[in-house]
Design a protein around this ligand. Structure first.
Ligand SMILES: [Zn+2]
Length: 308
């Protein structure tokens, strides 16, 4: 029987780098505090653009080796965050990067956007039942900003959350497990507007991102949980820097291949969408309110409780 005490956090992301952008400080903090942090990345991000000219030969239209290269970048980023358990859904290369919405790669065989939902979810069910996380973090229904692989990562994560808890579903994938709390990545609109104004003034990039370029921006009142990761600013910056094909970091700012400056947020924000919130809102801990010393009640003993 797997250990049932101790904090276990599972994050589901679309491409290498999304974890560091959205949750780098959170992951570093929980890893440093002794929680078991598991990252599942759904694709290799082989459809990405490449920023450094000396690595431009990696792209899909040239050598097509960007996916393999990004495994190395992710490995380095995880070392910076202190996370040792990182996996690709179905193994590296099982699902291909689908590209931005509307491009021909959306229809390519083997791309994540075209994946059978239940089949992909079952690959995650096996991870959930093995790791038994109390907390799951993923994107909202729009994937944070509409990228097909992010939308699909959301669907797979939410489907796996349901299926993993059903003892009648695929028992050969492990004993059923109910994840106590599910969060979506968020950034409060007021925080984004303030941070982008400061970025416009101070960031060393030719332009500044729009709020719509930042994943998960919502009205402030939807945010239930505020994670102070200021002590892990250096770790997050180092993890972003490790994704050098995708990200340029400069001080408190970074840019993607569009060269538009964004703030490097070290307070990270979440919306609780399944499970019970801790006693005080906003929560300051993803595990708030959980009794981690309670004996494992194998699965599905708790009925579905949508927080909203
Ligand atoms: Zn992504």
């Amino acid at each position: 029987m797997t250990a049932t005490t101790g904090r276990r956090l599972l994050l589901v992301h679309a491409h290498p780098d999304d974890e560091s952008i959205n949750n780098g400080a959170t992951m570093a903090r929980y890893a440093a505090e002794g929680a078991h942090v598991t990252l599942v990345t759904c694709t290799l991000g082989e459809g990405g653009e490449v920023i450094p000219p000396e690595l431009a030969h990696l792209t899909a239209d040239r050598e097509g080796t960007l996916g393999a290269y990004r495994i190395g970048e992710l490995t380095k980023a995880m070392a910076e965050l202190g996370v040792t358990d990182h996996r690709f859904l179905g193994g590296p290369g099982r699902y291909r990067d689908s590209g931005m919405m509307g491009v021909p790669d959306n229809d390519a065989p083997g791309c994540f956007w075209r994946a059978d939902l239940d089949e992909a979810a079952d690959r995650l069910v096996a991870v959930v039942r093995e790791v038994r996380p109390q907390v799951l973090v993923t994107y909202d229904e729009d994937g944070g900003y509409g990228h097909p692989d992010h939308i699909q990562a959301h669907r797979v994560a939410m489907r796996a959350y349901e299926l993993a808890a059903d003892p009648a579903h695929r028992p050969e994938l492990g004993a059923a497990w109910r994840i106590a709390k599910v969060y979506w990545n968020r950034v409060p609109r007021s925080v984004v507007l303030r941070a982008l104004a400061e970025t416009a003034e101070k960031a060393p990039f030719p332009g500044v991102a729009e709020p719509s370029d930042i994943p998960g921006v919502v009205d402030d009142e939807l945010v239930t949980t505020v994670l102070d990761g200021a002590a892990y600013t250096d770790r997050k910056a180092a993890a972003l820097t490790a994704h050098a094909t995708q990200i340029t970091v400069d001080g408190a700012y970074f840019a993607l291949s569009n060269h538009l400056g964004q703030p490097l947020l070290t307070t990270e924000y979440y919306q609780l969408v399944r499970g019970q919130a801790g006693p005080r809102l906003p929560e300051q801990d993803l595990f708030a309110g959980l009794d981690l010393d309670a004996p494992a009640t194998a699965a599905a003993s708790a009925p579905e409780e949508g927080a909203r």
